[in-house]
Structure formats: structure tokens, C-alpha cells
Design a protein. Sequence first.
Length: 470
Amino acid sequence: MNLRPPIGELQALLGAEAVSQDPGELLHWGRDWTRIYAAAPWAVCWPRSTAEVAAVLRWCHARGVPVVPSGGRTGLAGGAMATAGELVLSLDRLRYLGPVDVLNRSVAVGAGVPNQVLQEHCAPHGLWWPVDLAAKGTATIGGNLATNAGGLRVVRYGHARNWLLGLEAVGADGQIISELRALHKDNSGPDLRQLLVGSEGTLAVVTAATLQLAPLPGPTAVALLACPSMQAVLEVLAQAHTLKLELHAFEVFSDLCLSHVLARTGLPQPLQARLPFYALVELGLDPAGSAHQPPAGARMERWLERLLTDRTAADGTLAVDHRAAQKLWAYRERITESLQPWTPRKNDISVPVSRLAEFVVELQRWLDHSRPGWQVALFGHVGDGNLHINALRPEGMAMVEFQQACDLADEALYQLVARFGGSMSAEHGIGLVKKRWLPLFRSKAELQALGALKHALDPAGILNPGKVLS
Ligand code: 2HG
Ligand code: ZN
């Protein structure tokens, strides 16, 4: 354990009940959903206000105490892991929920507010925060912004950064370096807010944000289609784009994912046919229709029939009411938990959508040759070219052996992704897990510029050391 100042100094700043070194608390607050590392923080603290966050950072800066800023800890790249005697700075108590400004379509909230709480707060005004994550009950706004979270509706709404009006963030030395504004337009020089978004707590600590809100989505319909190949899935996507209906989500999962979801959840088979891939498509139902077009629901039904006739899909089902649609979404949303018992190595890559099918063929070829017999679950957000690749630990294989085999496989995978002009992290971030691969995807000059920025904002290197930029 590194030498740390007396814990009493921190307790004097925040009060004893806002600081803990209890071993159970350290384990709980010192880790995220990554299951690769052991949590080993020095202490955890829960400031109640931006001023207290600033006081903690000033103290850490003066004392050289490394800090891991911590939100809902649902990340999958180790960005919120405290593995080396750090202070976990939890934003959990920053739960301010401001009044919804209906005309400005915005709301100011504390970093610790969970997505779902925010969505419920805005719904009575017909508005919502459109970063829609499977982990919405736990993930927080601060974490959403620190990681530029994506989720299930990026194809329609984009990432968290698209919905940010103002950001309050405290710098490494305790100064507030970005303030809450609520402006839709502000072109007064470079945008520091957007630099902080996605920096995973390595440049500053997000304490609050003014968020832009979207209108609550109108009625939608969800189709689930069984397709023979990724190429066919992309054909469904191409056709979906031509329907003149708003595309809200376009997801995919492989038959292996479906098998695990069925085994884990006991849900019934969604379709009669079992095929290599399933596409889940959510489209807006324009209730008004138009004089020249049949109603949206009828158009979707006809489209499905066409897909089945021309054999782009072998089976399909359509849900037009909310409950039925949620049932179809469950097959996609429950994949992560269903794979968890196999301690999967998670990858989160993206390539241009138009190259996804070719990429999957190459990936499969590599797996057949180099990892025969391995179960590798493919799912993700096809509409954004984002594929989650989860390698499941073969039964009986020791964890250490599995990790080594995965490290080698990652190297081959990232070379392939780079050849396709892709990214090794479409939405989960870099954290600890991907850091060593960054030079494959960012040029030397880019990394130098980012390094200079890190040094300027955090010269003592106390903010989330070992992650992303440090
Ligand atoms: C999802 O899309 C999440 O469900 C989790 O990004 C992906 O478990 C994963 O690999
Ligand atoms: Zn995802």
C-alpha cells in the first residue's frame, strides 16, 4: 500500500460518515462491472455538493492522493476501477434534480442522478433524456457524460455528448473549470465541455450538467426477424432506411446469444425458426399517416411480408403495442446478464456499417482457425456499426489461461478492426482494459496532443491514474 495522509484529515473535511475504509465498502465502491481486476482502494468518500468535491480535490492535489471518480459503476472498460490504493470519489450524493425548463427543453441535474430517475422526472412534461441504456436504473448522468455513453438508441439520438448544454466540472486542483449554462448556441471559442466528455475522469470530475431534452417518443413498433447472415441483417437495415418511418433502434444478436438468454431467463422461443442472426428493429408509428401513404403499422406489416417472401428473413414477428414490444426487447436487453456466468472477455468494436458483414466473415474465419470450439457471442447496435464481441470462457479452462488466450486474440482482433478502419471502443471507453491498444487507433501526434492536455489540466497526475491518457 502506498503511503497516504491520515484519513482523519479527509474526515475533518467531509464529516466521518462521508468517508469509509470499511473493507466491504471498499470492495463495493472500488469496482465497476468489469470483472478482470481486484478492487483495492485506500478509502471511499461521498461528498454532498460541488463545493465538497472541490475541497476533496484540493486536498488530494496538495497531498498527492490519486482519485478515482465514481458514478453508477456500470462501465465495462475498468474506468471506475480502483486497483492501487486510490481514493474513490463517489458522486452518488449529488442528486440535485432541477425543474424542467419546458420552453428551453432542458434540465439541470447533479452527476449522481440515475438515468431512469431523470427520465421519470421529465416524462410528465412530455420530455426525456434519450441516452437509453440497458443499465438505466444504475448508470448516472455524470458517468454518462464522463464516458460519452451511447446505448440502444444512438442510431436515432446520437451519444450523450449530443444532449449536453452545460457542464459543471471540477479540475484536479479543486477549481471549477466548466460551469453550468443552458445555452443551445454558444460559439465563444473552443468547447471545453466537449473535451471533458468521454475523458473518463482523467481531466476533471463532472459534478452537474444542464441537459437538452428530446420529446418523449411517440408510439413505435418493434419487429424481430431471423436472418441467415449479417449480410441479410444489413439488407434489412438498408430497407428500413427507405421506409420513411423514423428508425429508433436497429439491434442484432446471434443465435448463441439467444440460446444463453433462453437458458438463463426461461423466456419462450420468440420465433419458430432458429437462424444465425436476429435483427430487432424499432420504427416510429406516425399516427397521423399521410394522404398518400397507408398507416405506418400497415406499411410495416407489408414490409415484413416482403422480407419473408424475398428470404431476407426466414421468420419474423411484429409488436405494435408497448407490452409486446418490451417482450421482444427482453431478448436483446438480457444478453449481458445471461453471458455473465461465463466470465466473458468483452469487446466493443465498431466499423463502418457498410463493412460490417465483411468484417464478421473475416472474424469468423479467424475464430474457426485460431479459437476452434470457442463460444463467441456477437450482438450490438448494427445501426451504428457497433458490435459487442463476447468470448465465453470454455468450461474447465482456468481463468489465467483464458485471459492469456484472450489477450492474444484481442491483438489479432484489433489488427483486424484497424484494417477495417474501425475503433476498438465504440461506446464502452478505454479505461484500464483497452489502454495499451490506444496507439493502434490514435496517431502519435494525436496522443501527444492529448498527453499535453492531460499534463496541463492534471500536472500531478492524480485524476484516474493509469486510465486512458495517463
Ligand atoms: C449493450 O449493448 C451493452 O447491451 C453491454 O453495451 C455490452 O455486455 C456487453 O458486452
Ligand atoms: Zn452496447
